[in-house]
Design a protein around this ligand. Structure first.
Ligand code: SAM
Length: 484
């Protein structure tokens, strides 16, 4: 080192002692102090948040058998405790093992739901900060999220994927920290989910109808996500000159592009309806029995239906057409718009993703009416999981709330015979005495989540023919879990 450089180094040491760690100047810290990072997203406490992710946990898991279900034979886990501790403890066992993480963290709405959703701080904490308003609103939330996402990334497999629900309040912040933690090059998409059918019509300047789901891969790869089944173009089922025959199309096998109503029996331009047929939500509610110059007989029709083929009536002429799904299992990537109304956009395909209202109903169906604020619908999480998971993948949700992700995993396994397992993490936040959940006997959110998973497991078992479906879960607690 020349004398001149030596002098400069000494000068820097005395000007920026905070940048000298173990006798050496840390260039990153120095740049931060000089404000020389050219592209950076930062806030008060970020360095501590980064360090928190690296510190060892200092806590331990304690199995809690009495609260578990089928303890000895299940692969599923329900962890009670602060997720930062749980994630760090899991890192000791499961680094690089988790295929999918879905999270639905607090959105920082400033409200007190059955869980705490306010991360706003006192004005006095930020009195010297030029960005006082934003700092007060977002700093605590960022400091909570950052280390958790850092540890979560370590748990993901190389081909792992994370989905993160969020609304407009923290969307930009979540995108920025996720670009930093997961790498912008691993960003996949923002899925837009229609959260309600009943956005309030009078308050506000716009009617908020959607939320967002940010998706990143640990290391972006070339695999495609499984969306809807690929369909071949539709084709006529009638061929003039064929012998007339009578076919029975079972209920919900014919999709009408004409108005919902009762179509009375009688002659239409292309076919004769033998019975009245009622059309509801676009589909025939009862069997449609028709006589016409059909290409197929009843046996062929039944075989096609078994393969997923359905039928279309596009006008009042009743010229029935058939729509085949292509080779089984062939799917196309999903659109990034997730909605009940999917077929408004892509005619003929209903993805049927529920809303918040659907989610409340799903809980009510398990006799858990109004126990949780804004749960997610099972169909939404199931749809996301189906993009990328298969057989025995591990699915993690570390803000598990009412346990919707566990429900979705069990249902998906029941539908496709998979053996995915789930890990739910939820801190035992106490439920206010005034809350509906408290009146139903739940003192903590963990109690709500566990009971929901127990009941959902029973409900799923009733609708599946699959034996040995894993609907159990081990409960683990964390000793000395830290407070938020
Ligand atoms: C928006 S809710 C999740 C709702 C869930 N997706 C559902 O469908 O029921 C967020 C949950 O994260 C929990 N939570 C917040 N901070 C946490 C932490 N540090 N550790 C564990 N759970 C936490 C809250 O108690 C709340 O239950």
């Amino acid at each position: 080192m020349t004398k001149h450089v030596q002098q400069k180094v000494e000068q820097l040491r005395s000007l920026f002692p905070e940048a000298v760690i173990d006798g050496k100047i840390q260039v990153d810290v120095l740049k931060e102090l000089l404000g020389e990072h050219t592209y950076d997203f930062t806030w008060k406490g970020k360095r501590d948040a980064m360090a928190l992710a690296e510190e060892a946990s200092g806590f331990q898991f304690v199995p809690y058998e009495e609260e578990s279900k089928e303890y000895a034979k299940t692969n599923n886990l329900y962890i009670e405790g602060d997720n930062i501790d749980a994630l760090k403890l899991l890192r000791e066992k499961l680094t690089g093992k988790v295929k999918v993480i879905y999270i639905d963290p607090p959105y920082n709405t400033g409200q007190e739901f059955v869980y705490d959703d306010s991360f706003k701080e006192k004005r006095s904490v930020y009195k010297d900060d030029p960005y006082i308003h934003s700092s007060r609103l977002h700093t605590k939330w960022l400091n909570m999220m950052y280390p958790r996402l850092k540890v979560a990334r370590d748990l993901l497999r190389e081909d792992g994927v994370i989905f993160m629900s969020i609304d407009y309040r923290e969307f930009a912040n979540l995108k920025k920290i996720s670009d930093e933690i997961f790498g912008e090059e691993n960003f996949i998409d923002v899925f837009v989910w229609t959260k309600t059918r009943t956005a309030p019509s009078l308050s506000g300047k716009s009617r908020k109808t959607v939320e967002f789901i940010l998706c990143y891969e640990k290391k972006r790869n070339n695999s495609r996500y499984k969306g809807e089944q690929i369909e071949n173009g539709d084709a006529p089922l009638l061929n003039s000159g064929n012998n007339r025959n009578i076919l029975t199309f079972p209920a919900h096998s014919v999709l009408f592009h004409v108005k919902d109503r009762l179509y009375e029996k009688g002659d239409y331009e292309k076919v004769r309806l033998i019975e009245d047929v009622c059309v509801q939500g676009g589909w025939n509610e009862s069997p449609l029995i028709a006589e016409g110059e059909f290409k197929w007989n009843q046996q062929k029709l039944d075989e096609e239906i078994a393969k997923g083929t359905y039928f279309l009536v596009k006008s009042k002429k009743f010229s029935i057409r058939f729509q085949r799904l292509s080779a089984e299992g062939k799917t196309k990537p999903p659109t990034n718009f997730l909605s009940e109304y999917q077929y408004d956009i892509e005619l003929n395909s209903t993805v049927g993703i529920g809303t918040n209202e659907t989610a409340y109903k799903e809980l009510a169906d398990l006799q858990l009416e109004k126990v949780f604020h804004y749960p997610k619908p099972v169909s939404l999480i199931k749809y996301l999981l189906r993009f990328v998971t298969k057989n025995d993948d591990i699915v993690l949700d570390f803000f598990s709330g009412s346990g919707t992700t566990a429900h979705a995993v069990m249902l998906l396994n029941a539908e496709d015979g998979g053996k995915r397992s789930f890990i739910m993490i939820q801190q035992p936040e106490e439920v206010e005495e005034s809350a509906s959940a408290y009146k139903q006997g739940f003192e903590t959110i963990c109690e709500i989540g566990k009971e929901r998973i127990r009941r959902a497991g029973e409900a799923v078992q009733q609708v599946t023919e699959i034996d040995n479906l894993d609907v159990g879960f081990q409960v683990w607690r964390i000793e000395n879990s830290r407070d938020k």
